[in-house]
Design a protein around this ligand. Structure first.
Ligand SMILES: Cc1cc2nc3c(=O)[nH]c(=O)nc-3n(C[C@H](O)[C@H](O)[C@H](O)COP(=O)(O)OP(=O)(O)OC[C@H]3O[C@@H](n4cnc5c(N)ncnc54)[C@H](O)[C@@H]3O)c2cc1C
Length: 435
């Protein structure tokens, strides 16, 4: 018996979906519009900070260990503390993509880059195939939309400061196309605190060789550098309200330059005018590595979110699932991997006629998925929030509910008690080969 799952969008959510569907025994085709996997994950790198540690260990206990093992192998620093954040792992953004691509290939996933989906073929409320820019049709039993929520370029002009030339490279590969929207789903957008549409991405990358040697030495050794900014060179606290990453919307991030070593020097600010930055000692020759116009702006995200249930099925389409930023105002690689895995696993269940899986709320990962849904469906203010295990509103909830812990044995026990041990590692398709 064969089940074919087509995952559209090769970011961290698409990676989680493809791995879980393959581990469940499906034939998996992953379609990515650019020439590299991992989307915004190509310029991120922060893992395991605050509640993401707990979520990561839950995910490993649920059968996603291979993904996080690769992340750990690509780590430049472990157990890093920076303002408001503890025990972070920082992966090397220059090493992670080939490592993840190899993992997917080893799992038998058919990875197609430079394969942008432009449309869908429907039969009633069921998607039969997706259509690539080339006109080629890819049929499947179930589909996962992990196309993210950023771009195309016109949106960064409309809601931001113009195209900042970010890693998504819309000008070269064509903009994001939402599969759910092509299937007729009415999507919604996240909001900023002032009601404006979308949110500006929260960090830039500086070329390390453009910084003073003592800054680079400290970054390489400790993974983090905090440099106080003289008051006349601060950008003002209004910038904090614009950020997608509300977990970093703390005064320390306005009063200091905070750099993290992810291979590049990750500057924890959405944008910083080069003329101001270069007045700070050590930054006289600074230049941006990502986005190229980081001194002017950054990508705008959370522009196209699909209504979905807690099994990650998109409302109104029989065989479409979603995950990552497509599935709510959710921020983060860890968040994308876990929601992706649930979507990919359930795509296989749907194709086999099995009951769809929800992660129980006794686990942080399950509580997160249902809480975000509840907030955006029933609460207008919910759309102005961003949800992540690593800070802000959801990390507070995790702590209040006693869901945050770094005790790995206790996390494993909790997963076991919930009946979820290795759930994403179990084969569902009869006769399929094991990975
Ligand atoms: C600058 C920046 C820094 C960040 N830093 C961190 C960090 O340090 N730690 C952290 O946890 N989070 C970080 N984040 C947030 C995190 O990267 C995202 O929330 C998460 O990775 C989103 O994953 P995703 O797969 O949902 O979406 P995306 O990463 O946006 O991936 C979507 C993918 O779909 C592809 N795609 C779109 N349309 C189509 C189509 N029609 N056909 C085929 N492919 C398509 C895109 O090319 C892209 O590869 C950062 C985000 C940004 C922008």
């Amino acid at each position: 018996m064969t089940v074919r799952v087509v995952v559209v969008g090769g970011g961290w959510a698409g990676t989680g979906a493809a791995v879980a569907a393959a581990q469940a025994g499906a034939e998996v085709i992953l379609l990515e519009r650019t020439d590299m996997l991992l989307g915004t994950g190509l310029v991120g790198g922060i893992m395991r900070n605050n509640g993401r540690f707990t979520a990561t260990e839950e995910a490993i206990a649920m059968g996603l260990g291979d993904i996080f093992h690769v992340v750990d192998l690509c780590a430049r620093h472990r157990n890093v503390d920076f303002p408001g954040h503890r025990h972070a792992t920082l992966y090397d953004v220059c090493k992670i993509e080939p490592a993840i691509r190899n993992l997917l290939l080893k799992k038998g996933i058919q990875v197609h880059t430079q394969s942008r989906v432009k449309d869908v073929e429907m039969e009633g409320k069921t998607i039969r195939a997706v259509v690539l820019d080339s006109g080629e049709k890819i049929a499947g039993d179930a589909f996962v939309d992990t196309t993210g929520s950023a771009g195309p370029m016109g949106n960064c002009t409309k809601y931001g400061n113009g195209c900042a030339m970010c890693i998504l490279r819309c000008a070269t590969f064509g903009g994001r196309v939402s599969i759910a929207a092509r299937a007729g789903v009415k999507e919604y957008a996240g909001r900023r605190a002032d009601g404006a549409v979308g949110a500006m991405s929260g960090s830039c990358k500086l070329h390390k060789d453009s910084l003073a040697p003592e800054i680079v030495a400290q970054l390489n050794e400790k993974g983090v550098v905090v440099i106080p900014v003289p008051p006349h060179l601060r950008k003002g606290s209004d910038i904090l309200a614009k950020k997608a990453c509300q977990q970093y919307a703390l005064a320390e991030f306005a009063e200091n330059i905070i750099l993290l070593d992810t291979g590049h020097a990750k500057l924890m600010a959405p944008t910083y005018p080069l003329s101001l930055l270069r007045q700070i000692p050590g930054f006289e020759n600074a230049r941006y590595e990502d986005p190229y116009a980081g001194g002017v702006g950054n990508s705008i995200r959370y522009l196209a979110i699909s209504p979905r249930d807690n099994a990650m099925k998109v409302d109104g389409v029989e065989n479409l699932f979603c995950a990552g930023e497509k599935a709510g105002p959710m921020v983060g690689h860890t968040e994308a991997i876990i929601t992706g895995a649930l979507a990919g696993h359930n795509a296989v269940r749907l194709a086999l006629g099995l009951e769809l899986l929800e992660i129980p709320p006794s686990l942080a990962t399950g509580d997160y998925i249902s809480y975000v849904n509840e907030q955006v469906r029933n609460n207008r203010e919910g759309l102005a929030q961003k949800y992540t295990f690593s800070g802000s509103i959801y990390f507070r909830r995790m702590q209040e509910k006693g869901l945050y812990t770094t005790d790995v044995a206790a996390i494993r026990d909790r997963v076991e008690e919930a009946g979820m041990s290795n759930i994403f590692g179990r084969r569902l398709v009869p006769g399929s080969r094991a990975f």
